[in-house]
Design a protein around this ligand. Structure first.
Ligand SMILES: NC(=O)c1ccc[n+]([C@@H]2O[C@H](COP(=O)([O-])OP(=O)(O)OC[C@H]3O[C@@H](n4cnc5c(N)ncnc54)[C@H](OP(=O)(O)O)[C@@H]3O)[C@@H](O)[C@H]2O)c1
Length: 269
């Protein structure tokens, strides 16, 4: 049966954010869910991750199911200058950027090597910042487009054992809020998705990670975020996570919030 409402929404989404969407960190988990949610909306996709075979597998499935065009780029986002060079060469009209990749070394600050700390800055801060700069130039010229930056509830207060990752996620949330205001004047929508626990391979790999209350699937987070794009500067997917953020950020003293976070991250390794 034809759903005119659904078709209209898909058409609107594609004309606002198409024809190409770039998903940075797309080979599995939430990145792959974003890729599928965008394929359903008819956008062509540039998919970036380090593992070529995972990208090829996903790309084959999405082309079969949705008849879209896909360009897979096996690149490391920690070298963002090279990524931007490649994107400039292929020169495809990107109307939407989803920055999903993240690096999250777990452990006490004094035990994490300096190179790993620098990699958090490269993958979680420098890359989304410079990719947003790169794609927004054309978006501003075209007076349309969208940018989604992944943040985390871990970035709402200091998070022991994840201190640098948490700080990098705070950066993304604040960056998106500022860009939301500046770029909306040019017709470009920006949103930070401040997610709680998501059942991704990354989350499951963190040993002993118990399923936290309010845990969502990657599909749920991708859909809720894309639906909120253009409506507000930040989205906290899931009711329990909204409540948790309100409680931790507004109702209790900051030092209690950090202690609660510490209890949650203690079992991670
Ligand atoms: N999972 C959670 O519970 C949770 C909670 C709150 C917020 N978040 C946020 O949601 C996002 C995704 O979560 P996730 O960490 O669980 O990951 P994910 O979506 O399961 O996967 C991360 C993706 O990024 C790619 N990637 C990682 N490092 C890369 C690099 N240096 N260069 C290129 N690609 C890279 C990985 O592919 P390759 O390995 O093939 O490169 C993979 O496709 C992150 O921004 C995270 O901060 C997650």
């Amino acid at each position: 049966m034809i759903s005119w409402d659904k078709d209209f929404k898909i058409y609107n989404f594609k004309s606002k954010y198409g024809p190409w969407a770039l998903v940075a960190g797309a080979s599995e988990g939430l990145g792959a869910a974003y890729a599928e949610a965008l394929a359903k909306r008819g956008l062509d996709l540039i998919l970036i991750a380090r593992r070529q075979e995972k990208l090829d597998e996903l790309s084959k499935k999405l082309i079969n199911e949705y008849s879209i065009a896909i360009k897979c780029l096996a690149l490391d986002l920690s070298d963002i200058a090279h990524v931007i060079e490649v994107l400039s060469q292929i020169d495809l009209p990107i109307g939407l950027l989803i920055y999903n990749a993240a690096y999250a070394p777990i452990g006490d600050f004094d035990t994490i090597p300096s190179d790993d700390l620098a990699k958090v800055v490269d993958v979680n801060i420098k890359a989304p910042l410079l990719l947003a700069k790169f794609v927004s130039k054309k978006m501003i010229e075209n007076k349309r487009g969208g940018i989604v930056l992944m943040s985390s509830l871990a970035g709402s207060q200091g998070s022991p054992k994840l201190v640098t990752y948490a700080a990098s996620k705070a950066f993304n949330a604040i960056l998106a809020e500022g860009l939301w205001s500046e770029l909306k004047e040019h017709g470009v929508d920006v949103i930070a998705s401040i997610a709680g626990a998501i059942v991704t391979p990354g989350y499951q790999q963190a040993q002993n990670a118990k399923k936290a209350p309010g845990t969502l699937t990657p599909d749920q987070v991708a859909e809720k975020t894309l639906k909120a794009l253009g409506k507000k500067p930040t989205i906290i997917p899931g009711f329990t996570n909204k409540l948790a953020r309100f409680f931790m950020g507004r109702l209790i003293p900051r030092k209690w919030a950090i202690s609660i976070m510490k209890q949650n991250t203690e079992s991670l390794s």
